[in-house]
Design a binder for this molecule. Structure first.
Ligand code: DAH
Length: 344
């Protein structure tokens, strides 16, 4: 029996040598030490031993069991460790590999310019208002002192949806909508950026959809000089610190008096060049003192309150600021064009 136990130990050690997987350790454990294992089988013969021999063989059997157990554990640990190392090796990250470039989009040039305009006017205490693009004839024309038969309606060829509903031709209706909401309160100080629609043939300087920013200030003693001051501050922040402006008499049905505003040419500083057609000036917006009838229709008493208003084309401002030669660039979404604004 002693020999059989020694042989068993040798067999285990030999089999352990050739083991490659952790699961095989468990198989060996069952095979040698399990209830129906080889060791148990040998020990079944204990009954036939003499009383002297029994404790000696029992002790030996325990020793063999211990050796087998510790060898099995040892092998299992080694295999576990090897497995972890293998896993770590194949999951290793090479931090020296160059990264992949992400293509991040950027804001559209018109958005950039609208945000700049908003910043400038917010800095002067204006807030941003909005109005619908599908507008009623009433707000787009009537309340702006443009009754049905008024010839100035022809200046703005419109997209009509029904007799009474159209796509707004300008952002001016937001003036009236805002004043109605304010219910006679002053001051009113808003700008309104938004899209407008006109039945125009598209070319380098015209588009049937474009963007305007409207401005309106109503209060006590609001004067033309306030309009001039606000627009000069705007021109200086938008174009250059030494920009100058000039007002030329003009006509709009909703303002009286009305003025067109020019800014000193940002390309030649006012000396005269091709862009300003050698005049030194470039027109940037229409403006004026809000017509008493417009104030009245919007619920304000023109005897108590006065106001100024202006409206500018955002595309035009953007084209001047970034030297863009064709308005269609804004809408055709050529990435080579749009990407140039990723650092502005
Ligand atoms: N609404 C005019 C247009 O689209 C622009 C304009 C002119 C707006 C004078 C105004 C203004 O507020 O006072 O042609």
């Amino acid at each position: 029996m002693r020999e059989r136990l020694e042989a068993l130990k040798k067999d285990v050690l030999a089999e352990l040598e050739s083991i490659e997987q952790v699961s095989q350790v468990q198989e060996l454990r069952v095979k040698f030490l399990g209830k129906k294992g080889l060791l148990t089988e040998i020990l079944r013969g204990m009954g036939k031993l003499s009383a002297e021999e029994r404790p000696l063989i029992g002790q030996l059997a325990n020793e063999v069991r211990e050796v087998i157990e510790s060898k099995l554990d040892e092998t299992k640990n080694l295999l576990d460790q090897a497995e972890i190392e293998k896993k770590l090796a194949c999951e290793a990250i090479d931090v020296t590999l160059p990264g992949r470039m992400f293509h991040i989009g950027n804001r559209h040039p018109l958005t950039l310019v609208i945000e700049q305009i908003e910043d400038i006017f917010l800095g002067m205490g204006f807030t941003v208002a909005e109005g619908p693009e599908v507008e009623s004839d009433y707000y787009n024309f009537e309340t702006l002192n443009l009754p049905k038969d008024h010839p100035a309606r022809d200046m703005q060829d419109s997209f009509y949806i029904t007799e009474e509903i159209l796509l707004r031709t300008h952002t001016s209706p937001v003036q009236v909508r805002t004043m109605e909401k304010m219910k006679g309160e002053v001051p009113v100080k808003i700008i309104c950026p938004g899209r407008v629609y006109r039945r125009d043939n598209d070319d380098a300087t015209h588009s049937h959809v474009f963007t305007q920013v409207e401005g309106l200030m109503v209060g006590e003693n609001v004067r033309m000089s306030d309009l001039k001051g606000v627009l000069l501050a705007f021109a200086r922040q938008m174009f250059s610190e030494d920009a100058r402006i000039r007002l030329r008499p003009s006509f709009f049905p909703f303002t009286e008096p009305s003025a067109e505003v020019d800014v000193s040419c940002m390309f030649c500083g006012g000396h005269g060049c091709r862009v300003c057609k050698h005049t030194g000036w470039i027109e940037i917006l229409g403006s004026g003192m809000v017509h008493p009838r417009v104030l009245e229709m919007a619920g304000y008493d023109p005897e108590k309150h006065t106001g100024f208003a202006f409206g500018m084309g955002v595309e035009r401002i953007a084209m001047l600021k970034y030297n863009i030669d064709d308005i269609r660039h804004f809408y055709t979404n050529d990435l080579r064009f749009l990407k140039q604004f990723n650092r502005v």
